[in-house]
Design a protein around this ligand. Sequence first.
Ligand SMILES: Cc1cc2nc3c(=O)[nH]c(=O)nc-3n(C[C@H](O)[C@H](O)[C@H](O)COP(=O)(O)O)c2cc1C
Length: 219
Amino acid sequence: MSKSKSKIINKKMKKIAPIILCAAVMLCCSCQQKSAETTELVNDNAKNTTMEDLLTRRSVRSYTDEIPPMEVIEEICKAGTYAPTGMNRQSPIIIAVTNKEMRDRLSKMNAAVMGADNDPFYGAPVVLVVLADKNVHTYVEDGSLVMGNLMNAAHAKGLGSCWIHRAKEMFETEEGKQILKDLGIEGDYVGVGNCILGYTAGDYPEAKPRKENWVYWVK
Ligand SMILES: Cc1cc2nc3c(=O)[nH]c(=O)nc-3n(C[C@H](O)[C@H](O)[C@H](O)COP(=O)(O)O)c2cc1C
């Protein structure tokens, strides 16, 4: 290349260099803004999903007998273990039952509390029994929050669930105490609730209308 030609190119480069630099900076800024917007959108979507799950979970009273994958049940239990507890004492325990014999035994014990012989577990193949240590003064609240986490997590994972009561009475019986003993569970555990789980059979229930005056505002 001749000297005069390279001088002309250098001159031109000097003129357009700031423009290129400016464009690069603008492109970089817009990329960063885009990534911030994307993060916000992802967070918003996550929040919306949580809200939607909380609003759409319902008590399911009809199940197929198919047992959901163990990993899913484990994840649901994990959500239970992350419920808040008074002073983080973590007073509750969960007995995760997928064994049909034990599931049927618990169902019979639950029915017996009512003097009935139907299946109060509505055919659900899985029962997560929540008990809590009565020596911790927040044990009922702790166990109830675990139950809430289990039901909401089950819904988030596409499973039906329902709180079945009378766990307290079930584990006050000699049979209940023996089950705990056989599982090597020692301590003053009181039944809080049975969270039944499984795949919903039939239509998913709709929410009943909310009562008036749920919330009293003080603004
Ligand atoms: C403490 C407690 C005990 C419950 N016990 C039973 C029960 O024994 N059997 C049952 O079918 N549902 C039981 N439920 C489920 C309620 O009936 C249900 O949550 C309520 O009707 C509202 O319906 P939803 O959960 O679909 O919003 C219980 C719920 C709670 C919170």
